[in-house]
Design a binder for this molecule. Sequence first.
Ligand code: CUP
Length: 147
Amino acid sequence: MADYDAVLKNWGPVDADPAKYGGLVLVRLFTEHPETQKLFPKFAGIAHGDLAGNAAISAHGAIVLKKLSELLKAKGSHGAIIKPLAQSHATKHKIPINNFRLIGDVIVKVLGEKGILDAAGQHALNNIFPIIIGDLEAGYKEHGFSG
Ligand code: CUP
């Protein structure tokens, strides 16, 4: 609980502009881990130099950060949110679970750089991601996708 509060206390700017921060996160993910860009058919063909400022990438980044906000605000009681996410990502999008670890690390780093998360907030979010990912992974297994 304390970890969720440590992250959420300065979360206002992310709620106010999820496309801005989400775009930064996805551009960093695709730059640092180019294989992740190929998981998204609609982004696979975008040249690296054109990632920043791409409207479709920001739009998807907004979806990712809004989903993360929802999960954080559930403060651990996130079973009803995780279940459909696990189902769609295991059976439809087929996103191997390790990609969630990669994007989690990028989110902590980018939000740290942007001053959203102080050192305690970064530490707290680093504690929270394994909980979310562990629950996603359990959902993946129910659908027979080991990721
Ligand atoms: O939906 C979607 O899109 C997803 C969201 C989420 C977030 C967090 C947790 C869970 C879920 N996604 Cu997209 C995801 C991902 C991406 O994009 C990338 C990489 C990895 C993952």
